[in-house]
Every structure is written in structure tokens, then in C-alpha cells.
Design a protein around this ligand. Structure first.
Ligand code: F6R
Length: 609
């Protein structure tokens, strides 16, 4: 997804902008560009990588003010003319989001004599800003931007420069993330705090319908009526090292290996084994509200949605709350039947997924209480929800979610146990068993990582397959879905995740000797059932790879390859099986030479509809 950076201070802008853009590469992009104020505004842009952008910027380009952008095409192909910044005589603009009324604005501006160079929606912002500053009055950049955003429909994070006001950078935000970084004699803007980690940890998150100015020493924030807004800066805990590769070949591999720590950090300080309690101070639900809850709706997309399916099973089993899991992009256009005594749980690692945000806003309009589970402090979802339960997985740079997924599962276990105890559905002893099991997970994941060679061998053996099936029952169904999603995302192999009992209702027709079937067959009350499903696919000549417990001595009789996980509490085994499947996908993609951290067509944070 697109990324914005901006710098104003006493340093050399070009290397700072390029460095910051590199920190955003993980979000996925197809073109990049910068504008630097060097006596006048100089703009360089290219359809290609940041390295190529660097090559076209003359070495002696001076200037200590600039804005930069990585673009992920939505309106117009990935071509240089469509890359940002976009210019309108003396004004330069970078933009994330989508301007829904851009065609109408384009027509109006064309009639006024503006000539468009690109196919983008963003270019209308540059020309409209120019018109609002020069066309009908003599507005300042800030006033012009205030007028401009009032005419925009859609979502935007904008940074803008004007050559006649060279000491300032203007910004505006609606439904697309934007943060201002505070340095010493230098300040920054960015769409994502990761871009700022090299320069500062002190940031101010900009809210919807706010605009402002960044100067080397000060930051001004206003609402659209021009009232000053004062907001204290926050300190980001993430470290730069956490956002770098630390010797691993790929971010994804590093992030898979971080899971013993990221899980530990997510539950740290919240679990009491002695009392069988999970303390979630961040949950603003009164005990009587928890008791009265009739239904929960989980809203999420992609991997987070897969986590949500496990969440459903946990809330129903441990807390006795009927739970639905909704795909956010569908939910926002459906006619949900919701009421005040219901809970909405939004799961989003980035906290910025446009569909999830819109769905949560729609559920709030019914008076539902809402909880967000997210990994990013200060992200938009945290301002849209009554309570925020943070996963503490640290920055995730690889596009394919790994450590944020398992951290989400931990958050869901904790929430389910907390609600279940408050509602009297599970006893202290049952909670204790789970808490002991959760605390053992980091060590058990480490064991899986220590013997990853067996998973690598298996991945290489089947890397040339055209199709893959992942099957599981009950708690292992979301594991199968996530295993298939990970594989298709980074290795481009067609993969289906299926509830194993559903195979015979259609997909069994696709099973041949060429189709590896991964069966998640950890011990639990559906174990015998999955063995029957394994026999079904074996009878169609499929090769079966089972994910099974260390102490399962029977499974080898039925399958071709066994990938082992340490034995655990039945409810917790999905965390361990998921790590095995992450490694299977990673090594398959590695064997195929795919672009693992930045898979084609995908972006880390999907901030457009
Ligand atoms: C897959 C993946 C995506 C995201 C989805 C939602 O590896 O990362 O499917 O899970 O785009 O993103 P968040 O969780 O940020 O809302």
C-alpha cells in the first residue's frame, strides 16, 4: 500500500527521505518519488524500486525540506507519470487513500484550464489546492488545504509543499493513517511509524478531519474550522533493530523465529496460574455488562479473519457467547441484525484496514460495545473502539502475517478465558490448565523452530505441486485456512483450506495423486474423524502430510510424511500447528525463488477498499 514520508529541518533531505521510504518498502509498492525544495521544488519519480529512484536523483541535490511517496496503483497503471508527488505549478502533493469524487473534480478543473499529466485521483488534489490558493483568492498553503479537503470525498493522508512558503510542510488526514515525528530541530511526517524509527520515537498521531503544518521546530494541528488542537506526543516502544532483518535471509523467517518472544510479550503480566485468572485492565466492560452479553461479532479480513474463526470456537466453548465471524468487506454492505447488548471484536494487526474500520463504524452505529485487537499502538482502530487489546508482536515487515497471527490467537485465548471466568462458564481449574498451557507455548514453538529442517525437506519435496489442500476439523479448520492462505500468498501455489468433513461434498473431485493434502491431525476430540478424512483422500491416491503430536505413534501408518508438534492442551495446539505451516510455506516459496517478503500484488496494510 502507498507510503508517505516528509522531512523538514537542517539536514540533507534526500538521504533522509530515501531511507524513510526504504523502511516502508515492506508495505508493497510499484513506484516511488520525492520532491525536494532546493531553491525551487524539484521532483523525481519513477515506476520502479527505490534504488532506481535514488539513481535518477542528481548527487548534488541539496535542500532540507522534502516529501516522498511509494505508490501502490489503484487509479492508473504503475507508470512514472502516475507516481507521486503530483505537481501543480509550485505545489507538490503526496497522497494515500482514494478520492471518490475525483472524476467530477477533474472535469471542473479541466474546464478551468488545468492540464492533467496522470491518470490518478491524487492529481486533482494538487490542482484543486492550486486553485484554492491562487485561482479565486490568495490563500496560504494551510488555508488552501483546508478548503481543498472540504471538497474531497473519500480517504486521504496528504503532505504538501508550496515553493512560495518554503519553511513549512502541510498535512491533512481522513481515513488514512498519518503521524508526525518530532526530532531536534527537525520534524517529520509519515504514514507509518516504521518510517520514523531511525530518526525519532516521539510522535503525534493525526486524527481524521485534522490538518496542520510541520515546521523545523514546531507542529501545528487544527480542525477544519481552524481551531487549534493541542495533543501530547507519544513514545513508540518499537526499536529500529526490531524493524531490521538481524541476519535472517527474509523478514518472514525472522518474524517466524520471533514467535517465542512475541507470544510471551503478548501475555506478559496478564496471566495468573495460581488464581486461574486473566487480567485485562484495558477491557472497559463492567462485570454486569459481561454477564449480559448475548452475542459477539468478530470482524476482520484475511489472516485476522482466520484468527477470528478460532476466536469463535473459544468464545463459544469458554465463555458461552454465541459468536459470528464476519468478513469486514462483506459485513459493511450487509444488513446486520445487531443490538446494544452485543460485542463487536475487530481483529486487525495493522489497525488500518479500511474494510475493518468501516465495518466497526457500522456496528458502533447499532450501539454495540467494541473491542479492537491490534498490534499497532495509536492506529486508527484504537480510536474507533471502546477497548483495545494490544498484541505485543513488534513491527511485522514481511507482507505475510506470521507473528501477528499467533499473537492474535493468544489475545483471543486471554479474552475468552477472561470473559468465561466473569460469566462463570469455566472454573478456576479449567482456566489454570489453559494458562499453564499458554505459558508453555513459547518453549514449544522454540522446539518446532529447532527442528525446522524436517519441514524444509518436506517443502522442497512438494514445491513443484500445482495444487495443495489443507484440511482440519473444528479448532484445526482455521489452521487449515491459514496454512492455505500463507502458501498461496508467498509461493503462488493454488491452495485450498477446507473443513475436512466438507471434502466429500465437492472438493474430493480435485484430489489426485498429484495433490499433496496437509491434514492437521493433532490429538483432540476430532482426532478419529480426521483419520477417516485422511483415509478418504488416501483412497484417491493423494500424498498426505500430517501435522501431528510428538507422542502420536499411530499416525505414521496412515500418511506419507509427518510434521511434528509438541503435545499440548487441545485448545492450544492451533498455535503450534500454525508455526509448522508458516515454515512449510516459507520453505516452499524459498525453493521456488519467490519474492517472499513482498509477494506480487499484495500490500502489508490495505488502507483502501
Ligand atoms: C495475510 C495477510 C492479510 C491480512 C489482511 C488484514 O498474510 O497479512 O490477509 O491479514 O489484509 O490485515 P489486518 O490484520 O492488518 O487488518
Amino acid at each position: 500500500m502507498c507510503g508517505i514520508v516528509g522531512y523538514i529541518g537542517d539536514g540533507h533531505a534526500v538521504p533522509i527521505l530515501i531511507d524513510s521510504l526504504r523502511m516502508l518498502e515492506y508495505r508493497g509498492y510499484d513506484s516511488a518519488g520525492v520532491t525536494v525544495f532546493n531553491g525551487s521544488l524539484e521532483t523525481y519519480k519513477i515506476a520502479g524500486r527505490i534504488k532506481e529512484l535514488e539513481n535518477i536523483i542528481p548527487e548534488n541535490t541539496k535542500g532540507s525540506i522534502g516529501i516522498g511517496h511509494t505508490r501502490w496503483a489503484t487509479h492508473g497503471k504503475p507508470e512514472t507519470k502516475n507516481a507521486h508527488p503530483h505537481i501543480s505549478s509550485g505545489i507538490s502533493v503526496v497522497h494515500n487513500g482514494i478520492i471518490e469524487n475525483y472524476l467530477e473534480l477533474k472535469e471542473r478543473l479541466t474546464d478551468l484550464g488545468y492540464e492533467f499529466q496522470s491518470d490518478t485521483d491524487t492529481e486533482v488534489i494538487a490542482h484543486l489546492l492550486h486553485f484554492n490558493m491562487n485561482g479565486n483568492s490568495n490563500n496560504s498553503l494551510l488555508d488552501g488545504l483546508a478548503e481543498t479537503v472540504k471538497e474531497l470525498k473519500g480517504s486521504y493522508a496528504i503532505a504538501a509543499l508550496y515553493d512560495k512558503e518554503p519553511g513549512i510542510m502541510a498535512f491533512a488526514r481522513k481515513d488514512s493513517p498519518l503521524v508526525v515525528g518530532l526530532g531536534n530541530g527537525s520534524n517529520y511526517t509519515a504514514s507509518d511509524v516504521t518510517a520514523l524509527l531511525k530518526h525519532t520515537k516521539k510522535v503525534i498521531f493525526i486524527n481524521d478531519d485534522e490538518i496542520g503544518l510541520v515546521k523545523p521546530e514546531t507542529v501545528e494541528i487544527y480542525d477544519l474550522e481552524g481551531h487549534t488542537i493541542s495533543r501530547d506526543p507519544e513514545t513508540i516502544e518499537w526499536t529500529l533493530e526490531a524493524a531490521e532483518k538481524a541476519g535472517y535471509e527474509h523478514f518472514m523467517l525472522k518474524e517466524i523465529h520471533e514467535q517465542p518472544t512475541s507470544i510471551q510479550d503478548t501475555f506478559a503480566g496478564k496471566l495468573s496460574e495460581l488464581e486461574g485468572t486473566v487480567t485485562l485492565k484495558e477491557l472497559y466492560l463492567k462485570p454486569e455488562e459481561i454477564k449480559r452479553l448475548r452475542r459477539a461479532t468478530i470482524i476482520a479480513c484475511g489472516t485476522s479473519w482466520n484468527a477470528g474463526i478460532l476466536g469463535k470456537y473459544l468464545f463459544e466453548k469458554l465463555a458461552g457467547i454465541h459468536t459470528d465471524v464476519e468478513t469486514a468487506s462483506e459485513f459493511r454492505y450487509s444488513n446486520p441484525v445487531l443490538c446494544g447488548e452485543e460485542l463487536t471484536i475487530a481483529i486487525t494487526q495493522s489497525g488500518e484496514t479500511a474494510d475493518t474500520l468501516a465495518a466497526v463504524r457500522s456496528s458502533s452505529s447499532y450501539g454495540c460495545r467494541s473491542i479492537a485487537i491490534t498490534n499497532v499502538v495509536g492506529s486508527t482502530i484504537t480510536r474507533e473502539s471502546d477497548s483495545v487489546l494490544y498484541t505485543r508482536a513488534g513491527p511485522e515487515i514481511g507482507v505475510a502475517a506470521t507473528k501477528t497471527f499467533t499473537a492474535q490467537l493468544i489475545a483471543l485465548y486471554m479474552l475468552a478465558i477472561n470473559l468465561g471466568r466473569a460469566r462463570g462458564v469455566i472454573s478456576a481449574n479449567e482456566a489454570k490448565d489453559l494458562i499453564v498451557g499458554i505459558k508453555r507455548l513459547p518453549g514449544q514453538i522454540q522446539k518446532i523452530l529447532n527442528r525446522k529442517e524436517a519441514i524444509k525437506e518436506c517443502a522442497i519435496q512438494f514445491a513443484e505441486s500445482r495444487d495443495y489442500f489443507f484440511i482440519g476439523r473444528y479448532l484445526n479448520f482455521p489452521v487449515a485456512l491459514e496454512g492455505a492462505l500463507k502458501l498461496k500468498e508467498i509461493s503462488y501455489i493454488h491452495a485450498e483450506g477446507y473443513a475436512a468433513g466438507e471434502l466429500k461434498h465437492g472438493p474430493l473431485a480435485l484430489i489426485t495423486e498429484e495433490t499433496p493434502v496437509v491434514a492437521i491431525a493433532t490429538k483432540g476430540h476430532t482426532y478419529e474423524k480426521i483419520l477417516s478424512n485422511i483415509k478418504e483422500v488416501k483412497a484417491r491416491d493423494a500424498t498426505v502430510i500430517a501435522v501431528a503430536d510428538d507422542d502420536d505413534t499411530e499416525i505414521e501408518k496412515y500418511v506419507d510424511v509427518v510434521l511434528r508438534v509438541p503435545s499440548s492442551h487441545e485448545l492450544l495446539s492451533p498455535v503450534l500447528s500454525s508455526v509448522v505451516l508458516q515454515l512449510l510455506s516459507y520453505y516452499t516459496a524459498l525453493a521456488k525463488g519467490c519474492s517472499i517478503d513482498k509477494p506480487r500484488n499484495l500490500a502489508k496494510s490495505v488502507t483502501v477498499e
